[in-house]
Design a protein around this ligand. Structure first.
Ligand code: SF4
Length: 451
């Protein structure tokens, strides 16, 4: 039976040392109980306690790690069926396939796109994380040569090794060394040999069944032999079958605690269609419904970017608004006669407003007031963006030392507080800006400080 946070707390050292990254043992115990962190994150509990708590509090979908260092990839760790029940923990990994039966230019192109297709949105770097390297013809030399090329060409790539041959798999896994790859796959025929390689190399192992039932039977059998870190491929190669299997697996693991399906899934849109747009559509369905990893045949900006954005939306914690830090942000190299604008710290507002200012090429000062992640009108209605608070922030922000004028542009939606703000900031002239950020460039190009 699952333990409560208080039951777990009783078994912790209760020193509140913070070495686990959580400030108190109580908060840590609560997170362990909720399946959001593993008991092993506390370095001060005994092995016996780890075993007792670990089994009872592990998330129903096991957390699987690949790679090393800052760019290591984590899949699984999920605890719910629907995002709004709690949140989804680890974003679906996006992988691109390279194979020994591809031409050298094709492979180079995929590696180059993997390393260059990166985007920054709302302060987050969006990029694919994984390259899947396939042994298409069983030639060890060709395979290890390709793996080495990927290791050298994409230093932050996590690797999936795809081979039916356990000897080739072992040779390639050795090459990867500390960049612990996912080994794919153990089948009904080669399960034991692949499990040996995975155990020896300390790597997670993919399990591939001809269907869901066979995947269950292989994972059950490997778990019986002590293998813990697995990723499941149910063999589905149509969008309908893959979606159904993902849903069945997640439901069985989360609601029935069915251990053989308590692992992240790996899916292959690259093997479901030859049409790149259809492939992206299939990937989008599988990102939305529970795929731990999605393997794509290639990466192109026009399809990758929407997938990255979809993933960002789905895996953002719905209970915690994304915020930017309260501060003065200089955009386009402002000087002392540049306009001063203010808005809230809801990150979407910040990035839209700052993007429009940047696009205008008008050097500007953008003041971001902490509104606890609420948008302009909501923050105003909640009493977090009123004239008194804005005035306090203006005075302590240091903006008065940066500009030689006293003209403040407020969001158009806050027009009603203009009078109040003028009373709070008697030295400042308050200008009502546009309601929509898209109108900022034209507004700023016309702006002149009040005489
Ligand atoms: S590392 Fe362990 S002892 Fe320290 S605060 Fe975390 S749970 Fe408590």
């Amino acid at each position: 039976m699952a333990l409560t946070g208080i039951q777990i707390l009783k078994m912790l050292p209760k020193t509140n040392c913070g070495d686990c990254g959580i400030p108190t043992c109580l908060a840590f115990g609560m997170k362990v109980a909720a399946g959001q962190i593993e008991i092993s994150a506390c370095p001060h509990v005994s092995d016996e306690v780890k075993e007792t708590i670990g089994e009872a509090s592990a998330p129903p979908i096991r957390t699987i790690k690949m790679g090393a260092g800052d760019t290591a990839f984590t899949a699984g760790g999920e605890t719910c069926l629907f995002r709004h029940e709690k949140r989804f923990e680890n974003p679906t990994g996006l992988a691109v396939l390279v194979s020994t039966d591809m031409g050298s230019a094709d492979i180079d192109g995929r590696i180059e796109r993997f390393t260059s297709l990166r985007y920054e949105r709302v302060g987050v770097l969006l990029k694919p994380e994984i390259i899947a390297v396939k042994d298409a013809n069983g030639d060890e030399k060709a395979y290890t040569g390709l793996v080495q090329k990927v290791l050298d060409g994409a230093e932050d790539a996590n690797i999936i090794l795809i081979s039916d041959n356990s000897g080739n798999m072992a040779a390639a896994a050795k090459l990867c060394g500390d960049r612990k790859p996912l080994l794919f796959a153990a089948t009904a025929d080669n399960g034991e040999a692949m499990a040996e390689v995975a155990t020896e190399m300390g790597c997670p192992l993919g399990v591939k069944g001809a269907n869901l039932d066979e995947a269950v039977s292989i994972s059950e059998s490997l778990a019986g032999k002590g293998l813990k870190d697995m990723v499941i491929d149910t063999g589905a190669r149509t969008v309908r079958a893959a979606l159904e299997d993902n849903v069945v697996a997640r439901r069985a693991a989360v609601t029935k605690k069915f251990k053989p399906l308590g692992f992240p899934t790996i899916t292959f849109p690259c093997e479901m269609t030859d049409d790149p747009l259809m492939e992206a559509m299939i990937a989008s369905v599988l990102i939305a419904k529970y795929a731990g990893i999605v393997v794509l045949s290639d990466l192109q900006g026009d399809t990758l970017f929407p997938l990255l954005l979809e993933r960002l939306n789905i895996f953002t914690d719905p209970q915690r608004p994304m915020v930017v830090q309260e501060d003065i942000y200089s955009i386009n190299g402002p000087a002392e006669d540049s306009p001063v604008l203010i808005t809230c710290n809801f990150s979407l507002t910040y990035f839209i407003v700052s993007g429009e200012i940047e696009g205008s090429n008008v050097p500007s000062w953008l003041l971001i007031k902490d509104t606890e992640g609420l948008s302009v009108l909501t923050a105003w209605a909640a009493g977090k963006f009123g004239a008194d608070l804005i005035a306090q922030f203006m005075k302590k922000s240091g903006i008065e030392d940066k500009v030689n004028h006293r003209d403040l542009i407020i969001p158009g939606y806050l027009a009603s507080i203009k009078g109040e703000l003028e009373e709070e900031l008697p030295d400042w002239n308050i200008t009502i800006g546009p309601r929509e950020a898209g109108h900022l460039p034209a507004f700023l190009k016309e702006w002149k400080p009040a005489a």
